[in-house]
Ligand binder design. Structure first.
Ligand code: NAD
Length: 247
């Protein structure tokens, strides 16, 4: 059976993806940073529908915690066959002149180093599986990687640009091992990340600027992620799906 790890799976896009993956037959690992109750709730929802899931606490920016998480998954479900690099952070809107090294480093540690570390541990296992035949990774990037988020979150946009480059480079590096690596670039999605970044109503404030005149739902992103992981996308690698209402 396929084993999926969703980082930051306790809420938002990660939560919707974890639930949809379970519905699609995966054993699901719900990684979380702090909110055990929210992660346990996702696990309960999956189990209530006869799925299999566990929650594992780990800071994806911490190398030892990431390595320990993958060993825990090996022992509980067997090696990961599907990775959703989803956990990400965003800070308050700022101009570049206001950015501190501490903030930039924190954004990069989670959004870039964290993705790298999880990719590394997943690829080690996927390459070994069936003599190197199988596995898929989806990196959750952002429309910001294309748009740059000027005057708002250039640090965040740059971190997502790095995610895009990681996706392209890794997809080429592991293609011959039967591992596919793709990305999704959500635009404005109704999740708590905006409140964490200091503006709870951001999606509603700017949604009329989008061609589709609405924000997206986490479930709409989850559908794309689950498709990219699935055998239906068996010839797709190094690609990106934009889920951004046309912008
Ligand atoms: P969210 O804040 O609801 O979810 C992010 C999750 O990541 C949270 O559960 C958080 O606890 C977790 N997390 C943060 N740092 C972590 C760490 N170091 N280790 C483990 N977990 C950690 O936001 P979301 O919108 O669901 O975001 C999911 C992904 O989608 C992020 O990568 C985000 O950048 C991306 N994204 C979101 C939007 C949007 O509009 N919501 C748009 C583009 C991209």
């Amino acid at each position: 059976m396929s084993v999926a790890l969703v980082t930051g799976g306790s809420r938002g896009i990660g939560r919707a993806t974890a639930i949809l993956l379970a519905q699609s037959g995966y054993k699901v690992v719900v990684n979380y940073l702090q909110n055990k109750q929210a992660a346990d709730e996702v696990v309960s929802i999956i189990r209530a529908h006869s799925g299999e899931a566990i929650a594992i606490k780990a800071d994806i920016a911490d190398e030892l915690q990431v390595m320990a998480m993958f060993v825990e998954i090996d022992n509980a479900f067997g090696p990961v066959t599907a990775l959703v690099n989803n956990a990400g952070i965003l800070f308050q809107q700022s101009t570049v002149e206001e950015l501190t090294a501490e903030r930039i480093n924190r954004v990069m540690a989670t959004n870039v180093t964290g993705y790298f570390l999880c990719c590394r541990e997943a690829v080690k296992r996927m390459a070994l599986r069936h003599g190197g035949n199988g596995g898929a990774i989806v990196n959750v990037s952002s429309a910001a990687s294309r748009l740059g988020a000027p005057g708002e979150y250039v640090d965040y946009a740059a971190s997502k640009g790095a995610v895009d480059s990681l996706t392209i480079g890794l997809s080429l590096e592991v293609a011959a091992q039967g591992i596919r690596v793709n990305g999704v670039r959500p635009g404005l999605i109704y999740t708590d990340i905006h409140a964490s970044g200091g503006e709870a109503g951001r999606v509603d404030r700017v949604k009329d600027l989008l061609p589709m005149k609405r924000g997206g739902q986490p479930e709409e992103v989850a559908e794309a992620i689950v498709w990219l992981l699935s055998e239906k996308a068996s010839y797709v690698t190094g690609s990106f799906l934009d889920l951004a209402g046309g912008k």
